[in-house]
Ligand binder design. Sequence first.
Ligand SMILES: [Ca+2]
Length: 486
Amino acid sequence: MSDPVTRRGFLKRAGLCLCAAAALPVGCNAQQQPKPAGKRPNVLFIAVDDLRPQLPCYGHEHIISPNIDRLAASSTTFNRAYCNVPTCGASRGSLLTGIRPIASKRFINNSRAEKQVPDALTLPMHFKNNGYHVISNGKIFHSKYDFADNWSEQPWRLFDYEDSKDWAVDKFDKLWLNPASTNIRNPKTKRGPFCESADVDDSATQDGKVAQKTIADIKRLSNSDKPFFIACGFWKPHLPFNSPKKYWDLYDPEKIALADNRNKPKNLPPQCRNSGEINAYSQVAGRKDTDAFHRQARHAYYACVSFIDAQIGRVLDELDKQGIADNTIVVLWGDHGWHLGEHTFWGKHNTLNNALRVPLIVHAPGSKAGKTDSLAELVDLYPTLCDLAKLDKPTHLQGDSLAPVLKDKSAAVKQAAFSVWGAGNAIKTDRYLYTQWQKNGKTVGQMLYDHRSDPDENTNIANLAENKQIVEKLRSQLKQKTQAIL
Ligand SMILES: [Ca+2]
């Protein structure tokens, strides 16, 4: 058994520099001499928590998100982007360090990335070292204390997960703005309802304040000699699905379609499970399989998406107001997918397509807009941003720059995307999504979906004799990748 969280263990397996003097400039968290900033582009780095790619720019016209669609219209939209681990903290830790997770060993939960890879040169630190003013607003790393000194200013947010035993209870009055919600608590956890529609202004909400802070920072930094890298992390549509009433009113609940595959995939292995996260809220127990719950949960999630879309619009408008949109790279990403009732699942935390696939939209000034089916992973964002800003790429990065895809939407920089969850290793190729669970070197579970014939993943075909060859090939690719990133 290896020890993923110690510095020595990580460096040994990752093959990273051990801070020998000659290797200092890249791969280690060391101060570099800032290079002249010149006319480097600004970066607006927008994270949307738990946002799945169910948006008009992804072909889902029933969602109302005009601002994200406006951004997509001048950007490269990645139709097949995947997170590397389907949970908030680990996904962000991997993305922001450029280092892949290892099943059950590295980036497995919400613990700080700095404890797992203490010598990693993070994305914000690399930009800071290269003359950028780097800001973290809202949820970027899972905790604002993680790699906190890698930013130019103290990371900003209203409250942090690490400041209380249960943030949702401790900050109840900041999360639930409808006074009635305080009387509708989960008897075990004391959290409130899984959704609400309070009749409040956007500015009363946590995400409204993230937008306000980001707008103020854009104003403040737009005339600076330094380029900026502003990370702006919105909390919704993460649970609880709370948003101002006006966004609920955009949707007619009678017209909200429910999932048409409200049953477990055939031959589903026991290792692939539902997330228990939603059970911590009230108004869930005993209702999850009802039409009323499916409709209400989808309505609430869609309202959160429209609410965040409006905040994104305000932030994007500020780039225009300050006259810097033409020199600002904008990236919008979600940290993992979400099941909204498909397969009776609610949430993330497995390796089905709905939990792994994410929205990814990259706007680079001067690049032609369009959609691409090229495979992409969140671990690719760090090298991509280095290329777009013309910075050197640290040698420890384990993703691939997507810059060639921005130039040519048919370009492919990889043949597969890799994700992990628990002890499971998953590989997504052009056609298949395969997951293998191993124990003591033996396969104890597997699932294979053919996205060409079964895009909704209703039948696991891993154990069919006719698929033996493809399963062997995918296992071989998984083994090769897993060994390469140790
Ligand atoms: Ca998340």
